[in-house]
Each structure stands twice: as structure tokens, then as C-alpha cells.
Design a protein around this ligand. Structure first.
Ligand SMILES: [Zn+2]
Length: 188
């Protein structure tokens, strides 16, 4: 009979591990910045959920949520957090990664012209270039900057971001190919 107990315990452990893994992934996504339509002025605001409540919501499937940060704070700190309804009813639409992925759709790297295609968020995350021509990754963007980034920044592929970062950090080691680079860098 012991094999039956062993099998039941094994299945229980596998199911529990699968559930825990899904909770961790969902909690991590709920704790990332989100973009909402602010009900007060109907402009995009970037918000972050209270991490403890977000984790609880991920585990239970539903829990009361609260904001811990908003790009309109501290001026609007006393608001009723009406935007939470959007996150509760359509969390996927508010998740930054979904919005960013949609923003890259059909776009090409502003530096090399390569189409960005399907986004690889794990290894070759695309980056952005600001009005000062410096490239950055999404986690470099502050909550206050997020709502405007989509109109002020341009898409950059991972390869160009890495090359540009190196160029900014070690300009003494970079020699541009005068034949290849003349067109692209002058075009910016
Ligand atoms: Zn590129």
C-alpha cells in the first residue's frame, strides 16, 4: 500500500509546486508598474499596487487591492483610487509589458532599421531612445516618466542598445566604421 501513499504524495507535491509557480509568476506581474486611464483627468497614469495585497490577490484569485505609488502623486494622493476597478476587471490590459509589446508592434529599430518583430523579453529585450539620443531599458524609466515615454521615446533593438551603452561608457574604445555608420548615425 505504501506505493499508493507515495504516488498520492508525489502528485500532491507536483500540483502544489505548479500552483505555487503560477502564483509567483502572477504576483510578480501584478507588482510591476501598470498603466491606467486616470478617471479624474482621463490621461494615462502609471501606478504600482501594494506588493503585499498584490501577492495575496495572486494567491487567492481575488483580494482587495490598493495603490502604493502613482505618477500623479503626491498632488493627487487623496484620490479615491477609482482606477483600481480597471486593474481588477482587466488586469492584462493594464500590465505594462502588454502595453509595451503592443507599442513595439510593427516598429523598427530607430538606429539600425531592423524590424523588432516578436519581442524576446527574457534575453534580448528591446530598449528605448530618449530625446537626448541616450538609450535605456524599461526598468530605467521612473513611474513619473512612464505615461509620456510612448510619445517622447523611440524603439531601439537590443543589439543597438548594448552597442550604444558601450559607446557611451567607453568612447575611447569605439571606432565607427566610416562606410557603414555614416548613414544611420547621421539620420538620427
Ligand atoms: Zn538596432
Amino acid at each position: 500500500m505504501s506505493w499508493l501513499v507515495y504516488a498520492v504524495v508525489t502528485i500532491a507535491v507536483v500540483v502544489a509546486a505548479g500552483f505555487a509557480a503560477r502564483v509567483v509568476v502572477r504576483a510578480r506581474r501584478l507588482r510591476e508598474p501598470m498603466l491606467v486611464d486616470c478617471p479624474e483627468n482621463h490621461e494615462v497614469a502609471a501606478v504600482k499596487l501594494d506588493p503585499a495585497l498584490a501577492t495575496r490577490a495572486a494567491a487567492l484569485g481575488h483580494a482587495e487591492l490598493q495603490l502604493s505609488q502613482c505618477s500623479r502623486w503626491p498632488e493627487r494622493k487623496a484620490c479615491g483610487q477609482e482606477c483600481l476597478k480597471q486593474i481588477e476587471t482587466q488586469p492584462e490590459d493594464c500590465m505594462l509589458r502588454a502595453t509595451v509589446t503592443k507599442w513595439y508592434e510593427g516598429k523598427s529599430c530607430v538606429m539600425c532599421g531592423k524590424p523588432l518583430g516578436t519581442i524576446d523579453w527574457l534575453q534580448h529585450r528591446p530598449a528605448i531612445m530618449g530625446p537626448d539620443n541616450r538609450t535605456a531599458e524599461w526598468f530605467d524609466v521612473t513611474l513619473e516618466q512612464l505615461p509620456k515615454v510612448f510619445s517622447t521615446h523611440k524603439p531601439v533593438c537590443w543589439d543597438c542598445h548594448i552597442a550604444e551603452t558601450f559607446r557611451q561608457q567607453r568612447p575611447d574604445l569605439v571606432i565607427d566604421n566610416p562606410w557603414k555608420g555614416a548613414g544611420t548615425r547621421a539620420a538620427r
